[in-house]
Design a protein around this ligand. Structure first.
Ligand code: MV4
Length: 452
């Protein structure tokens, strides 16, 4: 087993990894930027190394600084968390070259799954259902037009290097195709330095349902059921839940089997997520595979009583998995509490938290790095806490969430708490009958505003 793990991340996920390491008797090294000197991950780790100034590009993304920190402290593994270097093939490779175990995917795997057209072709070969569309990259506009006409509108143009909706266009009729093709291609080229495009049939009003998987070094994989992540705004998830209110036992079995097939086909090692689009007829299609631990992993942990970070560490150390699949026994919901103003287009609201009271009680979990007096730096993403409630049923988990949101006091900055209060009472949410379109016409009601 590893003796010392360096955590190449910040915020709540750095703390989350440190907690499991402590429970496993593994020493920890925190790295931090100058903006994070007062952060809890620095305080709770056994050692801490400053790796540069506030901008991520000069600290949390600076590979030589992180490798140096690992070498100075004699860390034998690096946990990258999510974001930053977690899906950076070069970093994974450099760790390997320095004989530091990267607790994540191999460079080869990251490259294969990071290129969406390649990932899709791989999954199709594995026998995982994919959205009908082009065979790989489209050569030119002539081919694009022919494909769209053969397939029939509406279609979706996607950038192979894409993610977060960049370089993606839904096209409903032929006269809009050429403009969409060229603007999506330019957007992708500028954003990723890769303007490769592919095409799919548009899935209307889909749900985003993902399957958590774990694979081991013997090539065996298992799944840990689904998370419904359909509540998103501009490709940012706001809340997630498991089980999905749209799920059936039969669909869970099929999607779980497809995800395991995907993982075993590529001999996936570690924790990963296979994302699917699910249409209104409960057809499901492979969308993307994430080769990292995800923000929303705690809801899975809550309903199947399993520590995913511990499992990542064990698998990275070569311990085989049990091989059995896991099914939810409870219902769990996560609300991402961001320092953003939901009444002002979710604009970031950095600053000092002047007063904080976190909710508690049965079935309430909070993963956070913030405290009263903490200054939220403007340099990083705005998530400051994850509020997770778990109960026997969805209705109870929602009621518990409402209660916990009402107890939560965060003063000094605007937060998304009022949004979540409203969502938990929105009929579209409470009925469970929501899709990725939910946020398109969501209007904040003043009555959920905190009194000032
Ligand atoms: C789609 C789609 C409809 N049809 N593909 C958005 C991000 C990217 N990774 C894939 N996405 C989509 N792909 C086809 N063929 C709709 C989306 C989509 C979406 C997917 C999941 C969650 C939220 C979304 C919001 C808008 C569009």
């Amino acid at each position: 087993m590893f003796k010392k793990i360096l955590i190449a991340n910040r915020g709540e996920i750095a703390l989350r990894v440190i907690r499991t390491c402590k429970e496993m008797g593994i020493k920890t090294v925190a790295v931090y930027s100058k903006a994070d000197a007062e952060s809890l991950h620095v305080r709770f780790a056994d050692e801490a190394v400053c790796i540069g100034p506030a901008p991520s590009s000069e600290s949390y993304l600076k590979i030589p600084n992180i490798i140096s920190a690992a070498e100075i402290t004699n860390a034998d593994a690096i946990h990258p968390g999510y974001g930053f270097l977690s899906e950076n093939a070069k970093f994974s490779k450099i760790c390997e070259e320095h004989e530091i175990k990267f607790i994540g995917a191999s460079a080869e795997m990251i490259e294969k799954m990071g290129d969406k057209a390649t990932a899709k072709a791989t999954m199709k070969a594995a026998g995982v259902p994919c959205v009908p569309g082009s065979e790989g990259i489209i050569e030119d506009y002539d081919e694009c037009l022919k494909l769209a006409k053969d397939m029939g509108f509406p279609v979706m143009l996607k950038a192979t290097a894409g993610g977060g909706g960049k370089g993606m266009r839904a096209v409903w009729k032929e006269e809009d195709l050429e403009a969409a093709w060229s603007s999506a291609r330019h957007e992708a080229g500028a954003a990723f330095g890769n303007d490769g495009m592919y095409m799919e049939k548009l899935i209307e009003e889909p749900r985003h349902i993902e399957i958590q998987i774990v694979g081991d070094s013997r090539g065996k994989a298992c799944h840990l059921s689904e998370r419904d992540c359909s509540v998103q705004r501009r490709h940012q998830k706001l809340t997630e839940e498991t089980p999905s209110p749209f799920m059936t036992d039969d669909l869970r079995k099929k999607m779980g089997e497809a995800a395991v097939k995907a993982a075993e086909y590529i001999k996936y090692e570690g924790a990963g997520t296979v994302e699917f689009l699910v249409d209104k007829h409960r057809n499901f299609y492979f969308m993307e595979m994430n080769t990292r631990i995800q923000v929303e992993h705690p809801i899975t942990e809550q309903v199947i009583d399993y520590d995913l970070i511990r499992e990542q560490i064990l698998v990275a150390a070569g311990v085989p998995i049990s091989g059995k699949n896991y099914f939810p026994k409870l219902h769990s919901i996560e609300c991402r509490i961001n320092a953003e103003d939901p009444y002002n287009a979710f604009r970031p609201s950095p600053g000092v938290i002047t007063n904080l009271h976190a909710p508690g009680g049965h079935g309430v979990r909070i993963d956070t790095h913030v405290y009263s007096g903490y200054a939220i730096p403007p340099n990083y993403d705005s998530m400051i806490a994850k509020l997770i409630t778990t109960a026997q049923t969805r209705e109870e988990a929602i009621n518990k969430m409402k209660r916990a949101l009402d107890e939560f006091v965060i003063e000094g900055v605007k937060t998304t708490i009022p949004f979540h209060r409203q969502l938990m009472e929105d009929q579209r949410y409470t009925s469970g009958n929501y899709t990725t379109k939910l946020m398109e016409d969501f209007v904040m009601d003043e009555k959920y505003k905190d009194e000032e």
